[in-house]
Ligand binder design. Structure first.
Ligand SMILES: Cc1cc2nc3c(=O)[nH]c(=O)nc-3n(C[C@H](O)[C@H](O)[C@H](O)COP(=O)(O)OP(=O)(O)OC[C@H]3O[C@@H](n4cnc5c(N)ncnc54)[C@H](O)[C@@H]3O)c2cc1C
Length: 285
């Protein structure tokens, strides 16, 4: 078993290429648990904690916030650089697991693992986030909408790592909220909804809805959102959009809920979250 401690992204990528079963070690919250359970065979670990470029968060002049892959959930939950609709990411981070997990897990580890019930995933879609990746062939950027390919399957190529999550500025005055339904406090989401909403008076000017836990990948349905823009988000209009989004999901039976339950409940949760977001936006205007 090898253990390397790179200090640059390029060294980390080179260390990963040293063997077949060499994995990046971020917070270890999931990797150590699945290794202990014998679900993954490891030849080596590459500790990402010493790679300076992966830490911290920063805001550029255009309002884009760049969150390093090693940023802890606790730090992202309290990150004041995230404003307006970008708050959807902070809101999701603050609802991950429990304080111990939020002090251990990282955004890069969560996104790379791509559990369909993970809290960040729908919020990244709603925030129009972009992932910065680095691998043996160099660097590239992949929109979150194209990153999640299937059940725990991502666009990460062999020996490629997540360097950062970039969150573009959200529409001025927009709100970003994340709501999850779980069996017990601290559990992964049975159903989750991430919302970024901008109102112009009583009229919806921009809306983005991400859904988690109801499909092998997080879901966003742009057509359903477009139909809501220009409306006053009345119950009928939201109901039509919520059903369209639900129809785009292929929920599965699992330990948390049946597929039938998710299909039945999801439209109501979407309706509730949009109503809550609308209320918050109107109170803030
Ligand atoms: C008890 C418990 C409860 C939890 N509850 C929730 C919850 O409610 N909601 C939720 O969303 N999550 C939950 N999680 C997951 C947790 O939040 C972490 O996000 C998750 O464990 C992965 O983050 P990590 O930093 O610990 O990654 P690690 O465990 O170190 O790594 C996870 C995987 O990602 C790979 N990896 C790590 N970093 C990178 C990188 N930069 N680039 C490429 N690959 C990388 C690793 O090789 C590994 O395969 C829970 C976990 C536990 C143990």
């Amino acid at each position: 078993m090898t253990f390397s401690r790179p200090s640059t992204v390029e060294e980390a990528v080179a260390a990963l290429s040293a063997g077949e079963q060499v994995a990046p070690l971020a917070g270890g919250a999931t990797l150590m648990a699945i290794a202990n359970a014998g679900l993954v065979e490891l030849e080596g670990l590459v500790q990402m904690a010493g790679v300076g470029e992966l830490s911290g968060s920063s805001r550029s002049d255009d309002g884009t916030v760049r969150i390093g892959a090693m940023r802890l959930h606790r730090k992202t939950a309290g990150d004041d650089l995230l404003i307006d609709g970008q708050r959807v990411i902070a809101d999701a981070a603050g609802q991950i697991g429990n304080p111990a997990i939020r002090n251990m897990g990282t955004i890069g580890g969560s996104v790379a693992f791509a559990d369909p019930a993970a809290d960040y995933l729908p919020s990244l879609l709603a925030a129009d986030a972009v992932l910065e990746l680095a691998g043996p062939s160099g660097r590239r950027e992949v929109p979150a909408a194209d990153f999640f390919l299937g059940w725990m399957e991502t666009a990460l190529a062999e020996n490629e790592i997540i360097v950062a999550v970039r969150v573009p500025p959200a529409p001025a005055g927009s709100v970003g909220i994340y709501r999850k339904m779980s069996r017990v406090a601290g559990d992964f989401a049975t159903i989750s909804v991430a919302l970024v909403l901008q109102m112009d008076g009583e009229t919806c000017a921009d809306i983005r809805i991400g859904v988690g836990g109801c499909n092998p990948t997080p879901v966003r349905v742009p057509d359903a959102e477009t139909a809501l823009v220009g409306s006053d988000l009345n119950t009928d209009a939201v109901d039509v959009a919520a059903r369209q989004i639900t129809d785009a999901c292929e929920p599965q039976d699992d330990v948390r809920a049946s597929a039938a339950y998710r299909s039945r409940v999801l439209p109501r949760i979407i309706g509730r979250v949009v109503t809550e977001g609308r209320q918050i936006a109107l109170e803030g205007s």
